[in-house]
Design a protein around this ligand. Structure first.
Ligand code: FAD
Ligand code: NAP
Length: 340
């Protein structure tokens, strides 16, 4: 069966910022064969391919003169198990949070802290999604992907994915070369709870949880997230717009000369992570609105679209923020969101 192709198609419903740009061609892929057809179309038109899952980590600054493919490759199943682990294969188009819920329902542990992250499973390895002390790299076994240029299928081992803090080979040197089709997880039969994040502890206490379970941790995470983060269905956003900078201890000592209250979290013996939201807030941006663009009033790391913001306006706002943080703190923030 042939894929359905739309021309000059609005991407507004397909990005959580709600930016109204058009895709030159737009299609949905439910199978490898659909993906190969989309690749053939792009080649015949001499256009690039842009793959989207949930559009929750992109900012469109212009119309996309590309073949935009919504990845909807589905399926999730245990493919193997041993004494300690379930090896679960998941189609890239599956909704991430629904997969987390399936895991919790089946007692597959390891991703409960990653509850309620928007988007699809296939985008997880792109930036090694992380929250509340857990990263995808803690549970990733391998990534199956299709090469856009050669139509070759390759299984990337965990090491080959080169995952780091909000980084991967797919975001860096292999950017735009692969369509992730399936993600293979190594989930735990016996949970190893990670509840050191202060907010989780507090929430579990509020919930009066005596015996920890992956379900309770997931509920606590969902509760905290819903109380702090804007729901993209109500207010357009793409989560954290910037990464939390990792700096050396020597740089941190200098930073303390500027502001002795800057929080830090140790990353290694030599480096610490500084919350970008704090720096942005201290530069006076929290809750600010300029036209339809704004900085969220509860979390300064999140830029929001109050209505009809253009991608370029949000990009310009992000540049002003980067500049003002640099002027005050001499730290250059990096964007986490993918700009197109
Ligand atoms: P998209 O936005 O569709 O795509 C993101 C990038 O990945 C693009 O470059 C796209 O081309 C590429 N891509 C997508 N699918 C594929 C594929 N199959 N093959 C190849 N490339 C692909 N992120 C976190 O890490 N932690 C969080 O806690 C978190 N919280 C968030 C909270 C909110 C309210 C929002 C809006 C976002 C949050 N995010 C978070 C960011 C985002 O949800 C994640 O990065 C998520 O994994 C993006 O998934 P997506 O399917 O929406 O990706
Ligand atoms: P928060 O709890 O207010 O903390 C602010 C920042 O400090 C976080 O970004 C976190 O870094 C760091 N931090 C806090 N406690 C820490 C600890 N015990 N150990 C190490 N680092 C600590 O953050 P939040 O905005 O509400 O987000 C909560 C979690 O969800 C964070 O992990 C965050 O990354 C994740 N999140 C991500 C996105 C996104 O789009 N990427 C959006 C929303 C939430 P880390 O970010 O490195 O964890």
């Amino acid at each position: 069966m042939s894929i359905e192709i739309s021309e000059n198609y609005s991407l507004r419903p397909y990005n959580t910022f709600g930016i109204d740009v058009q895709a030159r061609f737009f299609t949905r892929a439910y199978s490898h064969s659909d993906l190969n057809e989309a690749i053939a179309l792009a080649k015949s038109k001499n256009l690039e391919i842009l793959v989207l899952g949930g559009g929750s980590n992109v900012l469109f600054t212009q119309d996309q003169n590309k073949v935009v493919v919504l990845n909807r490759l589905m399926g999730k199943q245990v493919e193997q198990e041993d004494e300690n682990n379930y090896f679960v294969g998941v189609g890239a188009g599956e909704n991430w949070h629904e997969f987390v819920q399936t895991a919790i329902h089946n007692n597959w542990a390891g991703i409960e802290n990653l509850s309620l992250i928007p988007g699809c499973v296939g985008a997880g390895p792109m930036q090694n999604i992380g929250a509340y002390g857990v990263e995808l790299s803690d549970v990733l076994h391998s990534v199956e992907a299709l090469n856009i240029h050669t139509n070759e299928n390759h299984v990337f081992s965990l090491n080959e994915c080169e995952l780091g803090y909000r980084e991967s080979i797919f975001k860096r040197k292999e950017k735009g070369n692969w369509i992730i089709t399936k993600v293979n997880f190594e989930l735990l039969k016996r949970p190893r709870f990670k509840v050191e994040y202060g907010a989780i502890q507090n929430e579990l206490e509020k919930m009066k949880v005596d015996i920890l379970s992956i379900e309770a941790v997931s509920q606590a995470v969902c509760q905290i997230r819903s109380s702090k983060l804007p729901d993209p269905k109500v207010l357009g956003n793409a989560g954290s717009f910037f990464k939390n900078p990792t700096i050396t201890i020597a740089q941190y000592d200098q930073l303390k000369q500027i502001d002795e209250h800057v929080p830090f979290y140790p990353v290694s013996d030599l480096e610490v992570k500084v919350p970008a939201g704090y720096l942005i807030e201290k530069c006076g941006w929290k809750g600010k609105q300029i036209g339809s663009c704004g900085v969220h009033h509860l979390q300064a790391l999140v830029l929001v679209n109050h209505g009809n913001a253009k991608g370029m306006e949000l990009k310009n706002l992000s540049e002003e923020i980067i500049q003002s943080v640099h002027e005050k703190y001499t730290i250059k923030l990096e964007r986490e969101v993918n700009l197109y």
